[in-house]
Ligand binder design. Structure first.
Ligand SMILES: C[S@@+](CC[C@H](N)C(=O)[O-])C[C@H]1O[C@@H](n2cnc3c(N)ncnc32)[C@H](O)[C@@H]1O
Length: 227
C-alpha cells in the first residue's frame, strides 16, 4: 500500500516538474529561469526546431517583405530573436535593404545568432536585453516581429505595449499565439483568439488577423493606426 502511494507521489512530482520546466519552459518560475533554460539548449535549438526554409520564406519572410515594400532602408526589430531565425532569412533576401535589431535576453541564444549572422554583421545589431522595457525611443521601427515568445514573457501585455510604443504609426507587427493542447497547458496565461485580439487592440493595434501556423501556433498580424 505504502509503496503504491510513494510511487504515485513520485509520478505526480515528475509530471509537475515536466509541466513546470518543459511544457511551460519555466514561465511560472520567472524570466531568469526561462532565459537560463534557453541558455542551456541554445546550441541544440535549431536542430530541435528543424525549420523548413520554404515554409519560413512563404509564411514569415515574404509577408514581412510585402509589409515593408516601398519603405526605404526600413528599421526592423525582432524581439526574442533567439538564434536569429527571422534576421537570417530577411537579410538573405535581395528585396531587403534595411537594418535589423535582434533582441533577446539569452546570451547563448545570441551567441548562436551572432555566428549565423556574421556575413551580415553591418546590417544587424544584436542586443542582450529583456523584452520589457525596450531600450528604444517611441515610433522608431518600421516593423516589429516577435515569434514564439510572447507566452514566455512575465507579461505578454506589457511586452505588447512596449512593441507598439516603438512601432511607427502605419507600420506592421507580426507575432504568434500559442494554440491547441500546448497552448492550454499555459493555464491562465493561455489566450483564445478573441482574448488576444482584445489585448492587441488595447495595446493600440488594428487590422488584426490570425493565420494557423505550424502545429501549435497562429501567426498574428496587425498595424498601428496612423492617427
Ligand atoms: C521559442 S524561442 C523563439 C526564438 C525565435 N523568435 C524563433 O522564432 O526561433 C523564445 C526566445 O525568447 C527569449 N526570451 C524569453 N523570455 C524573454 C524575455 N523576457 N525577454 C527577452 N527574450 C526572452 C528566449 O531567450 C528565447 O530565445
Amino acid at each position: 500500500m505504502w509503496m503504491a502511494v510513494i510511487a504515485a507521489g513520485v509520478a505526480l512530482s515528475a509530471l509537475f516538474l515536466y509541466w513546470l520546466l518543459v511544457s511551460t519552459e519555466g514561465v511560472y518560475l520567472g524570466r531568469r529561469v526561462v532565459v537560463w533554460l534557453y541558455d542551456l539548449t541554445a546550441n541544440r535549438y535549431d536542430d530541435i526546431k528543424e525549420y523548413d526554409p520554404g515554409d519560413e520564406f512563404l509564411l514569415v519572410t515574404r509577408p514581412v517583405l510585402n509589409a515593408l515594400s516601398g519603405i526605404a532602408r526600413p528599421r526592423v526589430l525582432d524581439v526574442a530573436t533567439g538564434t536569429g531565425r527571422v534576421p537570417f532569412d530577411l537579410l538573405q533576401s535581395p528585396h531587403f535593404d534595411g537594418h535589423i535589431v535582434a533582441l533577446d535576453d539569452s546570451r547563448r541564444m545570441l551567441d548562436v545568432a551572432r555566428r549565423k549572422l556574421a556575413p551580415f554583421e553591418h546590417r544587424v545589431t544584436l542586443i542582450q536585453h529583456p523584452a520589457v522595457p525596450l531600450p528604444f525611443p517611441d515610433k522608431h521601427f518600421d516593423a516589429i516581429i516577435c515569434l514564439e515568445a510572447l507566452e514566455f514573457f512575465p507579461s505578454d501585455e506589457a511586452a505588447m505595449y512596449e512593441m507598439v510604443r516603438v512601432l511607427q504609426p502605419g507600420r506592421y507587427l507580426l507575432t504568434t499565439r500559442r494554440r491547441g493542447r500546448e497552448g492550454r497547458l499555459f493555464l491562465n496565461r493561455y489566450r483564445s483568439r478573441d482574448n488576444m485580439r482584445q489585448m492587441l487592440e488595447q495595446a493600440g493595434l488594428r487590422q488584426i488577423q490570425f493565420h494557423p501556423w505550424q502545429v501549435n501556433y497562429d501567426l498574428v498580424t496587425g498595424f498601428k493606426p496612423r492617427s
